[in-house]
Design a protein around this ligand. Structure first.
Ligand SMILES: [Zn+2]
Ligand SMILES: [Zn+2]
Length: 478
């Protein structure tokens, strides 16, 4: 049986992860992420398929980030009918994330079409609506970590904890017929050791091939432990001078991590006891899922919860769904912490909080995530003297603090360590002569080229062969 991989997306870039594995006549899809970029590229790339969604036999989804699951509703519209295997936490999270993605697209199309109508240009359509997205998870099937399932003829899948976000998985495919057996690992995205709330990534055993992310293939993160001390210093300073702390945050994982650290600091009385608001209906619903899927959290968090110290049920903490309550914060002059979406300050309720607080030098904007070029978030990070919000210029007088130690992705050292551990994780069921098959090749994806190249060079120093595929390149595994 021949086995091939086609790198459909997330090759030489970080967004739109999707890969097609063909074993004989069986077609398996790993992820179907949305390519995120400017409007024209977004529409063009996400609607162009170099394969037929109708003939896919099974799909495995690694995690609920939109760059991994965001194109599923669109694929279903184009005939995808197979089962999608993933963990139960990913299934529930993907449900929320996809509906939100549908809603954002509908709003964007409404805005663009207003302009296009005026200019007599053709009208656009959303890739999918919130309603279409809400039906997508009906074809999802939950599987537990570490259990091998037959997902199609001659193909078995196991999902191991990737330690990246709640429910995230490293996928291991075992492809086996009378002629050959092959084990392929898919670690996209790969988490880090010691992240709050999550278990450390699990090492897959006896891989022949590995598809691995390389987002930070050329960089080293500050240790995650530093995030808590930086959070303490910064928030204390602003709160003690009577200011508000505005934290623009990604709704999935980063918001919950920040809450976790704030809970620890409050418990130890290391920051002033002020109200903490999570102003985002999506972040609120996602946090509910963290409370529901306790099995996916690490031992420490589960023990804390059993002892009555649930970080998401802190007395000072209030989750805001209603717009009325969100607006009421504008006139509340007490020192407080407000965590609000969106992460890059491009839309959402964080804009109102910035608009109302950015001109007061007692306040602070605390940046805990990546801000892409040209976003309002980046302009704030760069400390532009004036920033434009809802078409009005505001003076940026609030203190801006950036904490770089938060990241859910393994850095260069952690990726190299993961590979080393994979190399020594032999299978029990192989004879001594077969052991030299271990990790014949690593395919580096989910990274800008310079990041992948840097990691590839480091791997070569260790005598490990890697390859950086192009988008839509197809390779035969022999
Ligand atoms: Zn991710
Ligand atoms: Zn990703």
């Amino acid at each position: 049986m021949s086995v091939k991989i086609k790198f459909l997306g997330g090759a030489k870039t970080v967004t739109g992860s999707s890969h097609l594995v063909t074993a004989g006549r069986t077609e398996i899809l790993l992820d179907a992420g949305l390519f995120q970029g400017h409007r024209d590229a977004f529409y063009e790339i996400n609607t162009t398929f170099h394969y037929n969604p109708r003939t896919i036999n099974a799909m495995v989804l690694s995690h609920a980030h939109i760059d991994h699951c965001g194109n599923i509703p669109n694929l279903i519209k184009r005939g995808l009918r197979c089962k999608i295997y993933t963990t139960s936490a990913t299934k529930d999270l993907a449900d929320l994330m996809l509906v939100d993605s549908g809603k954002i697209q509908e709003e964007d199309v409404k805005y663009v079409n207003k302009i296009n109508r005026r200019l007599n240009l053709p009208l656009r359509k959303a890739l999918y609506t919130a309603k279409e997205a809400s039906r997508a998870t009906k074809i999802f099937r939950s599987i537990s970590y570490n259990q091998k399932f037959c997902i199609a003829k001659d193909v078995y899948a196991t999902i191991l904890d990737a330690g990246h976000i709640l429910g995230s998985g490293i996928v291991v495919l075992d492809i086996k017929d009378a002629e050959r057996s092959l084990r392929l690992g898919y670690a996209v995205d790969l988490g880090r050791k010691n992240l709050p709330l999550l278990n450390d990534p699990v090492i897959p055993k006896g891989l022949d091939y590995l598809i691995m992310e390389s987002t930070y293939g050329g960089r080293l993160h500050r240790p995650i432990e530093e995030a808590q001390s930086r959070l303490r210093e910064a928030t204390s300073r602003a709160l003690k001078r009577g200011g508000k702390v505005i934290i623009p945050s990604f709704t999935l994982e980063r918001t919950q991590e920040v809450i976790y650290f704030l809970n620890e600091l409050l418990k130890e009385k290391l920051i002033p006891s002020v109200p903490i608001y999570v102003d985002s209906p999506l972040a609120t619903n996602i946090t509910d899922l963290f409370n529901f899927h306790l099995d996916f959290l690490d031992e420490k968090t589960r023990q804390d919860i059993n002892r009555g110290n649930n970080p998401f049920e802190l007395l000072n903490l209030r989750f805001i769904r209603e717009q009325r309550e969100s607006k009421a914060l504008n006139t509340d002059r007490r020192p407080m912490i407000i965590i609000a979406g969106s992460g890059m300050c491009e839309s959402g309720r964080v804009l109102h909080h910035l608009q109302n607080n950015i001109e007061d030098s007692r306040n602070m904007v605390l940046v805990v995530g990546y801000m892409a070029k040209d976003t309002l978030g980046r302009k704030i990070v760069e400390k532009n003297p004036f920033v434009r919000i809802f078409g009005v210029e505001y003076e940026l007088n609030a203190e801006v603090v950036v904490i770089n130690s938060f990241s859910g992705h393994a850095d260069q050292a952690e990726l190299l360590d993961f590979v080393s551990q994979c190399l020594s994780a032999k299978r029990q069921d192989l004879s001594a002569g077969q052991e030299d098959r271990l990790l014949k090749r690593i395919f580096l994806v989910h990274g800008e080229v310079e990041q992948s190249l840097s990691l590839s060079a480091k791997l070569a120093e260790k005598g490990v062969q890697s390859y950086i595929p192009d988008k839509d390149e197809e390779l035969l595994l022999n």
